[in-house]
Structure formats: C-alpha cells, structure tokens
Write a protein of this length. Structure first.
Length: 187
C-alpha cells in the first residue's frame, strides 16, 4: 500500500505501470481448471522433477496497476510469469521480442491489459482497510479443526507455535485471531 500511495501521488503516475504478482500458488483448490499449456524441460536445466510440466498449475493472484488499466477491471485472458517478459520484450527487446522461447509461449502479454486510449488521470484512492474489513461476512460457526495428522497440518501448528515463541499474541494485528483459534478449538 505504501508503494501504491507513493506512486499514485507522484508526478510519475501518468506514465507508470506497477505489477504485483507472486511466485507461489494461490490455493490448493480452484474452481477454474488449469490451462493445459505444457512447459518442456530446457537443456541444461536441473529440475527436481525431470518430467515436463503439462499445465500452467494453480492460478496465482496478480495486480497490474497503471493509469492505462480501467479501475476495478478484471482481465480474463491467460497470463503467466512470462507475460511480464513478453511486455519487457515488446518495450525494450530487439524486434519487440524477449526471446523466441518466450514469444512462442501460448499466453498473452501484460500489454494486452493496457488501454492507452483513455488513461485514468487521477489514481484511484485505495479503500480504507477498516471499512473493507467491516464488510467481511461473519466467520463460520460450528466448524471443527481436526487433530493435526498430516505434514501440512503439523507444519501449520509449528508455524503458529513459532509465532507465539517470537512474541505474537492475541493482540497481533495479522495473526492474533489465528492464534486465538489455535488455542481455543471449537468443542
């Protein structure tokens, strides 16, 4: 938010592009099927799994922030991390190309999100966090937490224990509720 506010209130807003994406999956379950776009192993690459990837994998969240993006819009095309490379190639590469391998990738470029015909002159104000949180639906009641028996569950319990050992308590702004729930599981 600090970076967004700095950019939105700077003299550079009218020519800016900020991309925030993640190199982690966004969820273990998704209602949208993974696009079947394969990625072959590259010569000289050392992967833990020598088999090629047969799909893009789980969706991940990303934000493209610019006066050239319609405020509040959602892009429905297929993007992946190489979409950023395609944009860089279009802007700075020889012959508008990053590399033949990236160009051949069956995904769109970040440039497909941008519209230079009607830029947003004034950066949209970010919503107030307290107002956003106040509009969340209530937490479910009657849910039960199973005894940690999988490696993931045990790892989660260890992470909460580590947070507490590091001084996090019920008043922690981000993890307080989680610590409470782990200490007070429903009956």
């Amino acid at each position: 938010m600090q970076v967004y506010n700095a950019l939105a209130n700077s003299p550079f807003w009218n020519n800016s592009l900020m991309i925030v994406d993640y190199d982690e999956n966004g969820a273990f379950f998704d209602h949208v099927s993974t696009p079947m776009i394969p990625t072959a192993s590259q010569t000289g690459a050392v992967w833990s799994n020598p088999s090629p990837f047969i799909s893009l994998g789980p969706r991940i969240p990303a934000y493209v922030i610019s006066p050239f993006v319609k405020p509040g819009s959602v892009y429905h095309g297929i993007l992946d991390h190489t979409s950023v490379l395609k944009l860089i190639g279009e802007k700075f590469g020889n012959n508008n190309s990053y590399s033949p391998l990236v160009d051949a990738r069956q995904v769109q470029s970040i440039s497909d999100i941008l519209n230079f015909d009607n830029p947003t002159a004034n950066a949209p104000a970010a919503p107030a966090l307290n107002a956003y949180l106040a509009n969340r639906p209530p937490a479910p009641t009657g849910a039960t937490v199973p005894t940690p028996d999988t490696n993931l569950q045990k790892g989660f319990q260890q992470a909460v224990t580590s947070l507490k050992q590091g001084g996090a308590d019920l008043n922690h702004p981000k993890f307080g509720e989680l610590i409470y729930e782990m200490d007070n599981p429903p009956a």
